[in-house]
Design a protein. Structure first.
Length: 385
């Protein structure tokens, strides 16, 4: 578990230090002997002089030498569609100097007390906090904080995603859980005789732990004939909700894109899903926009307007697939259609240049089957073998 250590030092008169604490990764060190702590401190003081982590300006100086302060953010528990629990633990020999404590949260990284926060009294020790007023199916960042003198200091950041609000989805779904090679967790859903991921893939590693190339640069993306990924618009804040965009070469790489026991669906897998949701075999075999009469695409789309733009026609999410409009990156490296269209690869190819895909859109309950350039970047869902 990560935690934060605050030093107070009289050397601030000789050096300009940008912060009063640094990040350290091994919580077990707290239980080691004093000698071990001395060795750890010898190691930690050097990067402390070089790298600061405090959110506030370092204009205030502190004169007392020694370690005086440790703050940790508690794990996130009891997650619902609108609330969660967390808290913190503060270790400090000078309890009276801690005048405020709590947790803060936001949808952006590194939340501060200027965002939503709780106030949980003062002093050191363990405290718990309720996080309320959240939006359904939304990714949040959380940090514990403590106010000491004129400084606000923060614990390590934790993240979580709220549950889907049953009130916005009239169908009840029982979701499973899948973890990829990097520890990313995904909801899964049984649809007919198939089990699908109910979220877009986020991994940046193949199943054998080798890296998938991250290619933000446009010229390189256009010329690729090997596996690669990017964030939509090269913006990592899109990753928690929409996942990554992969070219077709990553989809079929023999090192495996999906977790063990799972695979990227081929064109036939997609047809089985479509026919289970009411499409005929003849229509499933066709190209272009299909399944409108049966609202096949609408049964696959996530409801509401948190992610889809108006009008999100036909969206019922009857299947539990929870399709999101993650947009795409085309073969010229242009990003387009976030919040408007969702694109997903199949592992089947039509010819040397094109692979088969599926598309959902905001103003239709249909689903598109078409083949397109393998260099394009689309979302990926995995299906159980």
């Amino acid at each position: 578990m990560a935690f934060l250590i605050v030093f107070r030092s009289n050397i601030t008169s000789a050096f300009k230090i940008d912060a009063k604490f640094l990040c350290y990764d091994d919580f077990s060190e707290r239980n080691e002997s004093k000698n071990r702590w001395s060795e750890s401190l010898t190691f930690l003081i050097i990067p402390f002089l070089l790298i600061g982590c405090e959110e506030k300006s370092a204009s205030s100086s502190v004169d007392t030498p020694g370690i005086v302060f440790v703050i940790m953010t508690a794990p996130i528990t009891e997650i619902t569609s609108s609330s969660a629990k967390s808290g913190g633990e503060i270790t400090n020999s000078e309890t009276s100097q801690i005048t405020g404590r709590g947790i803060c949260w936001s949808q952006s990284e590194n939340p501060t007390i200027d965002d939503s926060c709780t106030m949980n009294g003062s002093g050191s020790g363990v405290y718990s906090s309720s996080i309320d007023g959240l939006s359904p199916d939304t990714h949040y960042h959380v940090r514990a904080y403590a106010i000491i003198s004129d400084n606000t200091l923060y614990g390590e950041e934790r993240t979580f995603t709220t549950d889907i609000d049953d009130e916005t989805d009239s169908f009840e779904h029982e979701f499973g859980l899948l973890t990829d090679i990097e520890g990313n967790e995904y909801k899964t859903i049984v649809i007919g005789e198939q089990e699908w991921m109910a979220e877009n893939l986020k991994t940046s590693s193949y199943r054998d732990r080798s890296d998938i190339a991250h290619v933000p640069e446009g010229g390189e993306w256009r010329s690729l004939v090997s596996g690669a990924w990017s964030y939509y618009d090269n913006d990592s804040s899109n990753d928690p909700v929409y996942g990554k965009l992969y070219n077709w070469y990553a989809v079929v790489d023999n090192r495996g894109l999906c977790p063990s026991g799972w695979r990227v669906p081929d064109d036939a897998d997609w047809m089985v899903l479509e026919m289970y949701l009411g499409m005929s075999q003849a229509e499933a075999n066709g190209n272009g926009w299909r399944g409108g009469a049966q609202n096949t695409g609408g049964k696959l789309k996530k409801t509401g307007l948190d992610h889809w733009q108006l009008p999100n026609t036909g969206a019922t999410n009857e299947s539990g697939f929870s399709g999101l409009p993650g947009g795409f990156r085309d073969n010229e490296s242009t990003f387009a259609n976030l919040n408007r269209y969702g694109f997903w690869w199949s592992s089947a190819e039509e010819n040397e240049n094109n692979g088969w895909r599926r598309v959902l859109r905001l103003f239709s309950g249909e689903i598109n089957r078409s083949d397109f350039d393998k260099r394009e970047g689309y979302s990926v869902r995995c299906i159980r073998n």
